[in-house]
Write a protein of this length. Sequence first.
Lengths: 453, 333
Amino acid sequence: MSSRQQQTSTGIPVEEEARSAREAAGREGRPLTETERAIAGAESVTPQEALARTELAEGQDLDPGSREPMVINLGPQHPSTHGVLRLVTELDGEVVRDIHPVIGYLHTGIEKQCENKTYWQAITLVTRMDYLASFFNIHAYTMSVEKLLDLEVPGRAQYIRVVLSELNRIASHLVWLGTSGLELGAISVFFYTFREREQILDLFEMVAGERMNTRFFQVGGCADDLPSGFEARLRDLLARMPDRIDEYEELLSANPIWLERTKGVGVLPADELLGLGVTGPPLRAAGVDFDLRKAAPYSGYEHFDFDVVAGSQGDAYDRYTVRLGEMRESLKIIEQALDGMPEDSHIADDRKVVLPPREELATSMEALIHHFKLVTEGFTVPEGEAYCAVESPRGELGCYLVSDGTPKPRRCHVRDPSFVNLQALRPMAQSAYLADMIVMIGSLDNVMGGVDR
Amino acid sequence: MNPGSEPFLVILIKAVIVVFVLVTAFAYTLLWERKLIGRAQGRYGPNRTGVLGYMQPLADVVKLIFKEDFVPRGANRVLFQLAPLISVFAAVAAVAVIPFGTVVTVFGEEVQLVGADLNVGVLFLFALSGIGFYGLILGGWASGNKYSLLGSARTAAQLVSYEVAMGLSVIGVVMISQSLSLVEIVDAQRETVWFILYQPLGFLIFVIAAVAETNRAPFDLPEAESELVAGYHTEYGGLKFAMFFLAEYVNMLIISALAATLFLGGFAGPFADGVWWLAVKIIVLLFLFIWLRATLPRLRYDQLMQFGWKVLLPLATLNLVISAIVIGLAFQN
C-alpha cells in the first residue's frame, strides 16, 4: 500500500523514531524538535517559551507552512483516551498534523505470565486482557486448548458460551455507546447505557459469581450449568432491550449535532483498513461484511439465523449504526440459543482434563485423585500449536498457543483487535480536527487492557 | 430617576442585598442543575448533605476554600491570580442594571428597585460581558498549559462570533422601546406587550447566543473535557476555580435575567408586578439551559463558527432590517 501505511506506527516504532531522530539531530548538530522531545519523554515547552522562541526567530524568514506545530501530550491520563493511551499530537491550530501513539502504560505481562501457569490457571489471567469482553478472551483461549487436546465440547456448553458471549457483546457495545456519547458531550446516554449494562452484569454475577472478569468457561465447556431462574431473568431482559436500544437511537440517530459530529469522520477506504488488519465493526462499517461468526463459525454459530450488519461509508456514524445493529442481532442469537438449548452436559466428560463433579469427591477415590492431580499439576497437552479466533465486540480476537507437552503453555500469544485496530488511528487522524480525533478514538473502541496485555 | 439622587447608604444596602441574593442563587442554581440532570439521567443527584441535599453548596464551597492555593510552575503569577477576579467582578457587576421592581418607599425613603438605572444599560452589560471574557482568556494564557491556551483561543473566537449576533438581536428591542435603559425597556413592555411578541426571532437568536456566551452545552467548547481536559481552567483549583465557576453561573443568571428583561417583560407580569415574576422567568430560562446540557452533544469548533457566522448573524441582520422597516412604517403613520 501507499507510503502512508509505512508510516503507520504503534508503540515500538515510536521508540525507534525517537532514537533515529536523536541520531539525525546529533549528525546535523541541531537540537531536537519539540515533537522529538515529547516522544523521547523530555520536558515539553510552555506556550510562553514557544512564543519567546518564535519571537527570536522572527528576524529570519518564516514560511507559514514550515512553522513548528504545537505539540500536546494527550494522555496517558486524559479523559477520553479510553484508559491509558498516550498520543503525542502535533497540532496546527485546531488541526491535527500528526499523531504518535505511545502504548504500554497498561502492560500487565499476561501473555508471559501464562507460560508460568498451568493451562487451567491461565484462564484466570486471560480474562483480564480485554476487560470489557472477558468471555471472548477465555473463549479464544479455551478453544485453542481444546483444539490442541482434540476435545469435543458438548452442544449445551457451546450454547451457554454463545448466550454469555452475546450478552457480553451487548454489554461491551453499551459501554462503547455511553462513553462515545460522553466524549461528544451527550452526557445522559452514558447513564442510560450503564443502566442496562448493570442488568447484564447482574446476570453474569448470577451465572459466575463475578460481574466483570468472569472465569466461567473451562477447558471442555463451562464451569457450571446455567442456574435456575437465569433463563426467566434473561428473557425478561430480552423483552425489554429492543425498546431500550430504540431509546438510544431516538436520542442520537436524528440529533443534528450527533450527525454533524459523526458523519464523514474517520473514513478510511476498505482496502486500506484490510491492509492494516482492521477487523470488527470498523471494518464492517466500511462495507466489508467480514464476521468470524459467519466466515468461520465456531461454538455452534452455524445453527443461528442472524445477519452481519455492515455499513457503507465507513465513518464514525456507520460504526455507530453497525454496533447498534449488532446489539439487535445479538438479542436474536440469544433468543434462538435459549430456545434451542441442547439437553446434554455443560462440560465434556473427560476426567483427564475436566474436574470431576463436586459430589463425587466424597464417595469416589478415583475422582479425588483426578481432582488432586488436575489442581496441583494440571493436565498435559500434546505437543503442537493451535490458533483459534472468535469475533469479539472489537473484531477478530485470536489465541495462538504453542505446547511442548508439559502442563504449561510454551507460548501464549493473543491477537487482540484493539491493538491491531489502533493502527488505523494515525492515517485517520492526520489533518483532522482535534475534536474529530476524539470521535475517531471512540469509534475504534480500543480497550487498552487488550492493547497492552 | 437620576442615579445620583439616592443617598449613598441606600445604594450600599441595595448592593449588599443584591450581591447576597445573587451568590445564594448561584449556589442553588448549581444544586438544582445537578438535581435536574440527575433526574434526566435516572438518578437522584446530591441528596445527602442536609435536608434533601440542600446543604450541598455549602459543603462544596467549604471544601474549595480549604484547598491549597496553587500556582503551577511556568504560570504568569500575577495574571494567573488576577484572571478569576476579573471574571467574577464582571459577572457580579452586571447585576447592577437589572431592574427588580418599581419605586417603593422604605422608612420614608424612595427607593428604586434597580442597582443603577444607567441610560446605556444594555451597552453596559455587553461591555461587562466582554471584560468577563478577558478573565477566561488571560487565565488560560497565564496558566502555562497548552490545554488552557487552546481553551482560551476557543473562548476568544466564540466570544467574537456570538457577541455580534447577540448585539444585533437586541437592537430590535432597543428600537421599539427607543431606549437603552433597562428600566425604560421594562416600562415600555408594561405599557404595551412583552417584546417577545414583536421580536420572536430576536428572542430565539438571543437565547442561542446566550448559551454560547455562557459557554454552556452544546457550545461548551472552551472547556470541552473530552478534548481539552478542562479548557482554560485546567490548572485552577480551590478558591480560584470556585471563582471561575461562580462567574460562569452568575453569567448564566444574568443572561437569563437579561433575556427576561428584554423580551419577557422583566418583573412585569399578570395580576401583580414584582420581583417574583422575574424569578419565575429566570428559573424557566435556567431550566432550558440545564435541559440542553442534559440532552445535546457538543458542536465541533468549525461547526460552531459556521453556525455563528453563517446562520445566526444573517438571521439577526434580517431580523434587524425587517424590524427597522416595520417600525419606520409604524412611526410614519
